[in-house]
Design a protein around this ligand. Structure first.
Ligand SMILES: [Zn+2]
Length: 326
């Protein structure tokens, strides 16, 4: 389905088969000369077919548009790079660029890192084997056009300002429609689920960076945020407050889990409340376990950066304990 969300800007809901995210919201900023598509979907045939049909409904073909991709995740970038032809511009941010098409050595390195954080090798191997980022990413490299915070693009009569929101990924970039004070916000903020904040070898204290980005976003006093998945956000101030509260509660759960003994992230993870259905932690799907462990690491790194916890290396594992307060 397509829906006009602002005059001359339509949302395409591109289904993501078998993904808990259900669909990616792709936006088309109509323009007589060169429309701009913000975010696409996985590079897989089902998404490609659906995207092409929806784009045609909006009046365009995949090679008559340019693309702006908010971040490196395959459910936003995957299809853009495979649909683009010579002469098609894909705007993208610089910090995410080295991870746009991760190779086998990257996945091996990440697998090793998860193992150091206590995730069993069998789980991390299976998770990486089935990781959507590995399966549905771009097929090849692309000469992306790099945009920086504050850069302005003009399309469809709108002034579109790049607004960097580091945290969900190392270089996540939103696009502010200045005339409506509305943010095309990718996965920086979501309406009914919380964006995944995980560990990165390219970014220290991702949760700290994310919370800073939420504060910068709050200062925009947005009228509305058009999200990368599911529902839109009409009351941005309240949603930002909820997201901050969510992370504060999760930090408290991590602190509670560390009471009394040092633990690695994989041992802390089952003690945290997750939005997952399961009876026993062992039954959780390895990909979900990996995502959850990554979230726990991001929270542990925040506690370390703020002096509440400290990490040490013991027996090939990274373990955390609480710093005693006087
Ligand atoms: Zn994402």
């Amino acid at each position: 389905m397509i829906e006009e969300v602002l005059p001359g800007i339509v949302r395409l809901e591109v289904p993501l088969p078998r993904s808990p995210l259900k669909a990616t919201n792709s936006y088309v900023i109509m323009d007589r000369e060169r429309p701009l598509v913000v975010d696409t979907a996985f590079n897989r045939p089902e998404c490609r077919e659906a995207f092409v049909v929806l784009l045609r409904e909006a009046g365009y073909t995949s090679d008559s548009v340019d693309y702006f991709v908010t971040h490196l995740h395959a459910d936003h970038l995957g299809l853009a790079a495979s649909l683009a032809r010579n002469g098609t511009t894909i705007y993208f941010n610089e910090p995410d660029l080295p991870l746009a098409r991760p190779d086998d050595s990257y996945w091996k390195r990440m697998g090793g890192l998860y193992e150091e954080h206590g995730l069993p090798l069998s789980d991390s191997r299976e998770a990486i084997e089935r990781h959507p980022g590995r399966i549905y990413g771009p097929e090849g490299d692309y000469p992306y056009t790099i945009v920086h915070d504050g850069d302005v693009l003009m399309r469809g009569g709108y002034t579109l300002q790049c607004f960097q929101t580091v945290g969900h990924t190392p270089g996540h970039m939103c696009l502010l429609v200045r005339e409506h004070n509305t943010l095309l916000c990718g996965d920086h903020m979501l309406g009914d689920i919380t964006p995944n904040i995980t560990m990165w070898t390219e970014m220290t204290n991702p949760l700290g960076r994310y919370l800073e980005s939420l504060d910068r976003t709050a200062a925009l006093n947005l009228s509305r945020a058009l999200t990368g998945h599911r529902s839109m956000i009409d009351d941005c101030a309240s949603r930002i407050a909820e997201l901050k509260k969510h992370h504060k509660q999760r930090l408290e759960e991590v602190i509670a889990a560390l009471q009394g003994s040092e633990k690695d992230a994989a041992l802390v993870t089952p003690d945290i409340s997750w939005d997952l259905r399961y009876d026993k932690w062992d039954d959780v799907h390895p990909v979900q376990k990996l995502f959850a462990t990554g979230e726990t690491v991001a929270h542990l790194q925040y506690l370390e950066a703020t002096g509440v916890a400290r990490s040490s290396y013991s027996g090939g594992r990274i373990v955390y304990d609480l710093v005693a307060s006087d």
